[in-house]
Design a binder for this molecule. Structure first.
Ligand SMILES: *[C@@H]1O[C@H](CO)[C@@H](O)[C@H](O)[C@H]1NC(C)=O
Ligand SMILES: *[C@@H]1O[C@H](CO)[C@@H](O)[C@H](O)[C@H]1NC(C)=O
Ligand SMILES: *[C@@H]1O[C@H](CO)[C@@H](O)[C@H](O)[C@H]1NC(C)=O
Ligand SMILES: *[C@@H]1O[C@H](CO)[C@@H](O)[C@H](O)[C@H]1NC(C)=O
Ligand SMILES: *[C@@H]1O[C@H](CO)[C@@H](O)[C@H](O)[C@H]1NC(C)=O
Ligand SMILES: *[C@@H]1O[C@H](CO)[C@@H](O)[C@H](O)[C@H]1NC(C)=O
Ligand SMILES: *[C@@H]1O[C@H](CO)[C@@H](O)[C@H](O)[C@H]1NC(C)=O
Ligand SMILES: *[C@@H]1O[C@H](CO)[C@@H](O)[C@H](O)[C@H]1NC(C)=O
Ligand SMILES: *[C@@H]1O[C@H](CO)[C@@H](O)[C@H](O)[C@H]1NC(C)=O
Length: 468
């Protein structure tokens, strides 16, 4: 990792800053423009120095805790790195600190304990008011961080395995006492990078940034059985400036689900998710969607820009889920360059998703769904092109679908209610609620990709380059 910067590299970086194009960037450049943390730490320790044993049997929770406790003293000295070498490192949950890099070697596997006592209970999120699946607290994630800045979780495709099957069984046989844990959760944190890793078998959602800013998830593989319950891939929740790039996800539920709190709790917490960039996402999901927004969206979701998406063998392609009682909004969503194969419903809006935290939600709190653009889509072996259901008395507005070609087996191919918008070049012929003619007369009613995202800036590439 540590390597001095040569004169050639300095010149190349200068070229990047001056011309904003990386001459060697082949096959697509990074869209992640967030300020990213320093990657080279002046201090590094290895988990074995703290007594860890990588035999897959010894419980190493204390070793992780002690190593991270020791590294705290380096936080104000440029931070530190915790290296996990090849081996199978069984552990209960542990908590990260600021200015830390957790680096896994190629053959390193962090294994989550199958004993639920190794996953402590913590308070529910204020924007949910209770655990997502059961009232009360929730099990803390295996890898957890709160109030942090400058955290990197990375590796040479090392593995973090939640061994979730015991949790899925407890869910199925009704023996859970608290909501299942995530594999990785960062709360109220900034400058987070999660990259170059494989995540397996999360008990519940896999990567959950909540109340975070400046998060990059890059080049990760997330796998769980297609029938595993609620094993979402990446769930940005009440977070902004999140960039997800070059990921392969195959799980039981949504590959990516963008959220912002639940009914009255999410409305009063009022922390939206915004500026979410998704670029080059491939995968399949059993019950879920390639990209979903909601159903918890009560703090609002806006400025979502997703491009280069490949979904196969999945239930839904793109889905927006909401319900009376959620309040909040979903607006300024741009999705383009989407290819689907063997997907049941290509585009799906659900206005009556239901699922409320308790009886105190306000059924008059209606969500505002406005300016959703989906374009440049192809699909093979699609059952239903679109099931687009808004809310009676609360139409979903300015839904703009263009350049969509799907081979669909069901007739009629589109089923629309309580929506309004425009279409252009859609085959098979779309429902009449989305009237033909975006260009030119309704172009200004539709959301378009903002200029600053049309080509990726050179500064970002230079930043990544310099960090090597
Ligand atoms: C995070 O900050 C909040 C608000 O200042 C505080 O209540 C909480 O205890 C902090 N959490 C940790 C783990 O320090
Ligand atoms: C978030 O973390 C910062 C420290 O990074 C702290 O000052 C703030 O109080 C925290 N906010 C909440 C709501 O926990
Ligand atoms: C993705 O990760 C693999 C394995 O760690 C690495 O070889 C490859 O260079 C990474 N690709 C990018 C674009 O970072
Ligand atoms: C990382 O490992 C996973 C699981 O073994 C594999 O599917 C994936 O292709 C690997 N990724 C890279 C970039 O090598
Ligand atoms: C439920 O599943 C868990 C995890 O597999 C198992 O330990 C437990 O015995 C099961 N309980 C019942 C009542 O089936
Ligand atoms: C749930 O609580 C019961 C009774 O305290 C306990 O025996 C069981 O192990 C708990 N289950 C889990 C998954 O922690
Ligand atoms: C991922 O690994 C590749 C190859 O080692 C490296 O070039 C890249 O910078 C890493 N990316 C991140 C975001 O850590
Ligand atoms: C329509 O979308 C396809 C990709 O699905 C793209 O190749 C083509 O250029 C688009 N056509 C127009 C007119 O934008
Ligand atoms: C449209 O969808 C609704 C709700 O799923 C269903 O009840 C109705 O039968 C569908 N209409 C057609 C024509 O398929």
């Amino acid at each position: 990792m540590k390597r001095s910067i040569t004169l050639v590299e300095v010149l190349l970086v200068l070229v990047l800053f001056l011309f904003g194009e990386a001459p060697w960037a082949v096959g697509g450049s990074s869209h992640c423009k967030q300020k990213s943390p320093v990657e080279v730490r002046p201090h590094s320790v290895t988990i074995t120095e703290f007594g860890a044993v990588g035999d897959g049997v010894t419980l190493n929770t204390k070793a992780f805790h002690n190593a991270i406790f020791y590294l705290q003293s380096f936080a104000d000295k440029g931070g530190a790195q915790l290296f996990v070498p090849a081996g199978r490192w069984l552990t209960g949950g542990f908590i990260l600190i600021s200015h830390l890099t957790l680096l896994l070697d190629k053959e390193a596997v962090i294994l989550g304990s199958t004993d639920s006592d190794d996953w402590p209970i913590e308070d529910p999120l204020p924007s949910y008011g209770r655990g997502r699946e059961l009232p009360g607290g929730r099990h803390r994630s295996l890898i957890y961080g709160e109030n942090l800045t400058d955290v990197i979780i990375t590796g040479h495709n090392g593995t973090i395995d939640g061994q979730g099957s015991v949790w899925w069984n407890r869910f199925k046989n009704g023996t859970l006492n608290y909501t299942r844990p995530h594999l990785v959760e960062l709360m109220n944190s900034t400058e987070v990078v999660i990259s170059n890793l494989t995540f397996l078998n999360s008990p519940f959602w896999t990567i959950h940034p909540v109340y975070c800013s400046q998060v990059i998830v890059q080049n990760v593989t997330i796998l769980a059985p297609l029938d595993s319950p609620n094993t979402d891939g990446i769930d940005p929740d009440s977070s902004d400036d999140v960039c997800i790039e070059d990921c392969y996800i195959s799980t039981g539920d949504d590959l990516i689900s963008i959220k912002s709190g639940w009914d009255e709790y999410g409305i009063s917490y009022a922390r939206p998710s915004s500026n979410i960039v998704i670029h080059r996402l491939t995968g399949e999901t059993g019950l879920g969607s390639g990209i979903s927004i909601g159903s918890e969206m009560s703090g609002g979701v806006s400025e979502v820009h997703a491009e280069s998406l490949r979904f196969f063998n999945s239930n839904n392609g793109i889905r927006i889920k909401t319900a009376p009682g959620r309040g909040g909004y979903v607006r300024n969503i741009y999705i383009s360059d989407l290819t689907m194969t063997d997907v049941k419903i290509a585009i799906r809006f659900t206005g009556q998703y239901g699922e409320h935290p308790d009886e105190f939600y306000d059924p008059k709190a209606l969500p505002v769904i406005d300016k959703i653009s989906i374009k440049d889509v192809t699909g093979e072996n699609i059952r239903l092109a679109g099931l687009l259901e808004g809310i009676e008395g609360d139409n979903f507005l300015n839904i703009c679908l263009s350049n969509i070609t799907l081979s669909v087996t069901k007739d009629p191919p589109w089923n629309c209610s309580y929506i309004q918008g425009y279409s252009n070049l859609v085959s098979p012929k779309i429902c009449e609620l989305l009237s033909e003619g975006i260009y030119p007369e309704h172009s200004s009613d539709c959301y378009h990709l903002p200029n600053h995202l049309r080509s990726s800036a050179g500064h970002n590439r230079a930043a990544w380059f310099m960090k090597r």
